[in-house]
Design a protein. Structure first.
Length: 663
């Protein structure tokens, strides 16, 4: 028996070199035979002929569970060395190899020595170039299923817009739509790395078993599916009427939250590109990417951040390795008298100067898998909070559940168990929590302005030594929770909420403070609430059947009014799993499920919404610290009013500022 393949026979001698796998031609049942060679990513002008003849395709796939238990052969100087791969990769290689000629592929599990952390750090920092320079990206969705070919064949009918309306109205196609939704739930679509791999691809093809479809056709089909389903739910209604699907009312779940839909949406809004597809500008910050892509999973916690670094505006990556060549440094253009330059040359000089300044200002993020994930989290937060002066990120759930044990995770790192949408056992998504009040970053405008125009102060920092898990942030206490009502499980507006909100005369419209609290005084996407909301609120109560409780889900699916349904969908975005609260100063609001009486309502500088903090005492040192419970809505102090209130309650008219130690 020959020894397993050794990477010593194909070393990476330069920091910009990669390995490429050449898969020899073969048919079904043949062993998979390959060779590994190296090539530079960037082809220098003085390159040798061999550099010019090694174009390659890049494979994008889901690693899968289980051990690397299946063998392929990698030849070195004519002798085969066994190399062990996982079943999903073996299936991909078996399907993608050509019957009549070799095929060159870049595959992370093979082309990167996974046992060498230094090499892995260096190669991960090149991943964006690997995928952008590939002639094509081959996406392996996995082996065929009973309905996968039906779904792939259906895509060509969906993208035929001349026939699309008839296709949607055709009640004979529920199987096809269900098959497409099943394909959209494939595990590949939920992986964090695939965002970069698709976004940077010059072209991409999806393979499922022996069938395939162009990515652009698939993306358009998904976008059309989501658009018509979100607008009218006509497809899910057609499926519900079919005997094939047991008349289940919510068989499809929320199409817009499936991994495939999220991926199509994300990859279409990352860059400004030239006509030939080259990236001209990265549009989203690292904070926006981390927050918006929280549903995409990674096998290693570090990759929650590392997988999107090269997509982020203003970020540069480098590898935490020793004795590696330095990256090419930007150089400032030489000053020249304007009179010596043509108008075109002056424009080029200004452009070069602007790009130089941008390069200097970019954040450098070091990729290091040896670094504890908690330290990577702090590096990300430091970059985000110090970068723009805002700390809304602590209100957003983004840390993977298995990233840091709950016993070690500080309260200011929210994990993804608090995301608005959770996956059901059938692979579809349904609401699990309310949306964040701070809203998604990167839109240029924040939903609220509770901290006025104040950004984080110089007091903001992480603790050191024994307090390494502490964060220090300045702000002030504005109120405390005096009364709390049961939380809105499954989005049900309880009868207790109605009386607490002052709605005692059910024949009248609800009190302004109450209905505005139910929708956090905003309509969809952070706009001002429509004027019909109070009437819709009253109509919802009239339709309720649960002893005065308003079951928002029941009315959304079975109610008679589309206007009421629109109002209740906004209510669900706000109240799901939150408590109605009344503060000591008699403000009405909404707070996290875990809130308790006497918890503090605070304004933190740089945070756009009020937050709930719980005062604690360290049993060892007797020192005061605070637990971050979460963001909250308090009607009347969401847009800077807290500053005037705090001054009015102070004897000297000054706000009593405090540095909170959050653990």
């Amino acid at each position: 028996m020959s020894d397993d393949y050794s990477y010593k026979s194909c070393p990476l001698t330069k920091s910009n070199h990669i390995r490429v796998l050449t898969v020899r031609q073969g048919g079904p049942g043949d062993s998979i035979e390959c060779t590994l060679t190296t090539r530079p990513l960037a082809i220098p002008e003085s390159s040798s002929p061999i550099d010019q003849v090694l174009p390659y395709e890049a494979l994008s796939y889901y690693w899968g569970s289980g051990d690397a238990s299946l063998k392929i052969k990698i030849y070195t100087e004519g002798f085969p060395g066994p190399f062990w791969v996982r079943p999903n990769l073996h299936a991909a290689l078996n399907q993608l190899r050509l019957p009549d000629r070799p095929r060159r592929l870049w595959i992370d599990a093979i082309c990167i020595n996974q046992g060498d952390n230094d090499e892995k750090n260096a190669q991960v920092s090149l991943m964006s170039e690997v995928y952008s320079k590939a002639t094509s990206v081959c996406v392996w969705l996995g082996e065929a299923s009973p309905d996968s070919n039906l779904a792939l064949n259906f895509i060509s009918r969906i993208v035929n817009l001349d026939d699309f309306d008839r296709l949607v109205a055709d009640r004979r196609t529920p199987q096809e739509w269900a098959a497409l939704s099943s394909l959209m739930r494939r595990t590949w679509f939920s992986r964090r790395w695939v965002v970069q791999e698709i976004a940077l691809a010059a072209r991409a093809t999806l393979y499922c078993g022996d069938a395939y479809v162009d990515w652009s056709d698939f993306a358009d089909a998904v976008s059309l599916f989501e658009a018509v389903e979100s607008e009218s739910h006509i497809i899910s209604k057609s499926i519900m009427m079919s005997d094939l699907f047991d008349h289940i009312p919510d068989f499809l779940g929320e199409i817009k939250f499936l991994g495939a839909t999220r991926l199509v949406d994300a990859t279409s809004n990352l860059f400004r590109k030239s006509k030939n597809g080259q990236v001209l500008e990265r549009l989203l910050s690292l904070e926006a990417l981390i927050s918006n892509l929280s549903a995409f999973q990674a096998s290693r916690p570090h990759d929650v951040i590392y997988a999107v670094l090269n997509l982020a505006k203003g970020m540069r990556t480098s590898a935490a390795t020793s004795n590696k060549e330095s990256l090419v440094e930007a150089q400032s253009p030489v000053a020249t008298e304007p009179s010596d330059l043509s108008l075109h040359e002056q424009k080029l000089k200004k452009l070069a100067t602007r790009r130089f300044k941008q390069a200097v200002e970019e954040n450098r993020f070091t990729i290091d898998y040896k670094k504890p994930f908690f330290d990577v989290c702090k590096e990300f937060l430091r970059s985000t909070i110090k970068g723009d002066g805002f700390m809304d990120i602590i209100c957003r759930p983004w840390v993977p559940e298995d990233g840091i044990p709950d016993t070690e995770r500080p309260s200011w790192l929210l994990n993804t168990s608090k995301t608005a949408w959770g996956m059901r056992p059938d692979g579809n998504y349904s609401r699990a929590n309310a949306d964040t009040l701070v809203g998604p970053p990167g839109l240029g405008k924040r939903n609220y302005n509770a901290s006025g125009n104040f950004k984080v102060t110089e007091s903001w920092k992480f603790g050191e030594g024994l307090k390494v898990r502490s964060m220090y942030v300045e702000g002030f206490v504005i109120d405390s929770i005096q009364k709390k009502k049961p939380y809105a499980a499954d989005g049900i507006i309880l009868n207790e909420w109605l009386s607490a909100g002052g709605w005692t005369d059910m024949s009248a419209l609800p009190p302004d403070e109450f209905w505005r609290t139910l929708v956090a005084d905003r309509g969809p996407n952070g706009v001002n609430p429509p004027t019909f909301y109070p009437r819709a609120c009253k109509a919802a109560l009239n339709q309720s059947v649960k002893g005065g409780h308003i079951s928002t889900s029941t009315l959304v699916h079975n109610g008679k009014s589309t206007i009421v349904a629109k109002f209740l969908r906004r209510v669900q975005e706000v109240i799901w799993m939150r408590r109605l609260i009344i503060t000591e100063h008699e403000f009405l609001g909404l707070a996290p499920e875990m809130s308790k009486k006497r918890d503090l309502i605070c304004i933190l500088y740089g945070c756009s919404v009020p937050v709930v903090l719980r005062r604690m005492v360290d049993p060892v040192t007797d020192e005061e610290y605070f637990t971050f419970i979460g963001e909250c809505y308090v009607h009347g102090i969401m847009d800077g009013e807290a500053f005037a209130l705090a001054r009015s309650r102070s004897e000297n008219g000054l706000i009593i500022r405090k540095v909170f130690e959050l653990r």
